[in-house]
Design a binder for this molecule. Structure first.
Ligand SMILES: NC(=O)c1ccc[n+]([C@@H]2O[C@H](COP(=O)([O-])OP(=O)(O)OC[C@H]3O[C@@H](n4cnc5c(N)ncnc54)[C@H](O)[C@@H]3O)[C@@H](O)[C@H]2O)c1
Ligand SMILES: [Zn+2]
Length: 365
C-alpha cells in the first residue's frame, strides 16, 4: 500500500452541521459503503457530464450498486456554457419523473460546473435533499466542492442564481486526475498557490520543491497536496460560512483575475487569469511597501513553474481597469484588493490609488 492509498479525512463544521471530506486514491470504489453509513435510502441520484460520466461513472455506479443503492443517472453536456437553468431543468425532469424522496442522496461527479449545478438541484429539490460532492478536477477538489456555494449562470452574469447547500460528505479520488487535461490541472494549481500565499508559508515551500511532481500527475504527491489545500479552504470557510469577513482572502488574485477574464472574453482560463492576477497583486503589494521583493519573486517563480502565465501578451490596460470597477466584489465603489504581507499572510486594502492599480495591470504586458 502506498502512502496515497491511506484515507486522509478532514472534518468540517460550517455553522454547526458537520461532515467529512475524504481524500484517498481509489476512493471511487469505496463510495457505496461509505455512503451507506450516512444514508438508508434505497436509491441514489448520480449527476455527471458526458466526459466524466463515461470515464469514471461506472466505477461509482458499481460501488453504489454493491452497497444496495439503485442509481438514477443524469449526464449533462460538459462546460461552463451549459451551467444553465436548462441543464438544471434536465436534472429536475429526470429525478422527479423517477420519484425521489426527501432522503434520496444526490451525488455530483465532475468538475465545478457539475458540482455547482447538481448542488443547486439538491438544494432545491423537495426543498433540499442530501448532497455528496465527488469532484474530479483539481479546482473542484480544492475549491468548488468545499464551502456549500451552489448555482447556475444567467445570461446577465455568472452564478447569479444559487443557494448555500452544504454537502453531507465530499469524496475525493485523486486517481481521477489521471484523465484530466493538463490545462485544467494547471488551473487547479493556481488555486493551490493562492491558498499557500494567503495561509501557509510551509505549504508554499513544499509546492516549490514538488511542482514537477504535480505536473507529472504523481498521485502520491497530488493526494497530499489536495488534502492540504482542502484543509486550508475548509478552515477559511468554517470561520466565515456566509462570506462576511476573512473568506474574502480567497479572492487573492481574483480582483485582477476576473477583470482579465472578462476582457480576454474567456480566451484564457480562470486559472490562467488568476495566475496573472496574483502576479499583479503581489507586485502591487511591493509597490505599497507591504511585501518584500524576494517573496514577490518567489510567488512569480512558482506560478511560472506551474506552467501558468506571468505576463499577458496583449492586455488592454484601460479595459481591465474599467472591468475591475464592475466586478461584483466591489463594495461602495471602492476596489478591494487582497494583498500579501508575506507568503502565508494577506490583508484587505480598499485604499489603493488607481494609478498604482493601473501600473500593476500594465506590468503584466
Ligand atoms: N462553488 C464554489 O465555491 C466554486 C468555487 C470555484 C469555482 N466554482 C465553479 O467551478 C466551475 C469551474 O470548475 P472546473 O474548473 O472544475 O471546470 P469544469 O467543471 O467545466 O471541468 C472542466 C472540464 O474538465 C472535464 N473533466 C472534469 N473532470 C475530468 C476528469 N477527471 N477527466 C477528464 N475530464 C474531466 C469536464 O467535463 C470539463 O469539460 C465554474 O463554473 C466556477 O464558477 C465554484
Ligand atoms: Zn478561482
Amino acid at each position: 500500500m502506498s502512502m496515497s492509498d491511506a484515507p486522509r479525512t478532514i472534518r468540517v463544521r460550517p455553522g454547526g452541521r458537520e461532515y467529512d471530506i475524504v481524500v484517498q486514491a481509489g476512493l471511487l470504489r469505496h463510495v457505496g459503503p461509505r455512503l451507506r453509513q450516512l444514508s438508508r435510502s434505497a436509491r441514489a441520484v448520480m449527476v455527471s457530464d458526458d466526459r466524466v460520466g463515461p470515464l469514471h461513472g461506472d466505477l461509482l455506479a458499481t460501488s453504489l450498486h454493491q452497497a444496495g443503492f439503485q442509481t438514477i443517472r443524469v449526464e449533462l453536456p460538459p462546460g461552463e456554457e451549459h451551467k444553465t437553468v436548462q441543464s438544471l431543468w434536465r436534472i429536475y425532469d429526470t429525478v422527479l419523473a423517477a420519484g425521489i424522496e426527501r432522503d434520496t442522496p444526490l451525488l455530483a461527479l465532475g468538475g465545478g460546473v457539475i458540482g455547482d449545478m447538481a448542488g443547486f438541484a439538491a438544494a432545491t429539490l423537495l426543498r433540499g435533499i442530501p448532497l455528496v460532492q465527488i469532484p474530479t478536477t483539481l479546482l473542484a477538489m480544492v475549491d468548488a466542492s468545499i464551502g456549500g456555494k451552489t448555482g447556475v449562470n444567467h445570461p446577465v452574469g455568472k452564478n447569479l442564481i444559487g443557494a448555500f447547500h452544504q454537502p453531507i460528505a465530499v469524496f475525493i479520488d485523486p486517481l481521477t486526475l489521471g484523465t484530466l487535461p493538463p490545462r485544467e490541472l494547471r488551473g487547479g494549481l493556481a488555486e493551490c498557490i493562492k491558498h499557500q500565499v494567503i495561509r501557509d508559508a510551509e505549504g508554499f515551500a513544499d509546492m516549490e520543491r514538488h511542482i514537477e511532481r504535480a505536473l507529472a500527475v504523481d498521485v502520491d504527491y497530488l493526494s497530499a497536496l489536495v488534502a492540504q489545500n482542502v484543509a486550508i479552504k475548509a478552515a477559511v470557510v468554517e470561520a466565515d460560512p456566509f462570506e462576511q469577513g476573512q473568506r474574502a482572502h480567497l479572492n487573492f488574485g481574483h480582483t485582477f483575475g476576473h477583470a482579465i477574464e472578462t476582457v480576454s472574453r474567456y480566451a484564457w482560463s480562470h486559472g490562467e487569469c488568476v495566475a496573472l492576477g496574483m502576479v499583479a497583486a503581489s507586485r502591487l503589494a511591493v509597490r505599497l511597501g507591504m511585501l518584500d521583493e524576494a517573496s514577490c519573486r518567489r510567488i512569480v517563480s512558482l506560478i511560472r513553474a506551474a506552467g501558468l502565465p506571468v505576463s499577458g501578451m496583449s492586455l488592454d490596460v484601460d479595459a481591465v481597469v474599467a472591468a475591475m470597477a464592475f466586478d461584483k466584489k466591489v463594495r461602495s465603489a471602492r476596489l478591494r484588493f487582497v494583498l500579501p504581507l508575506r507568503i502565508g499572510e494577506v490583508c484587505i486594502r480598499d485604499d489603493v490609488p488607481l494609478e498604482l492599480v493601473r501600473d500593476a495591470v500594465a506590468g503584466l504586458r
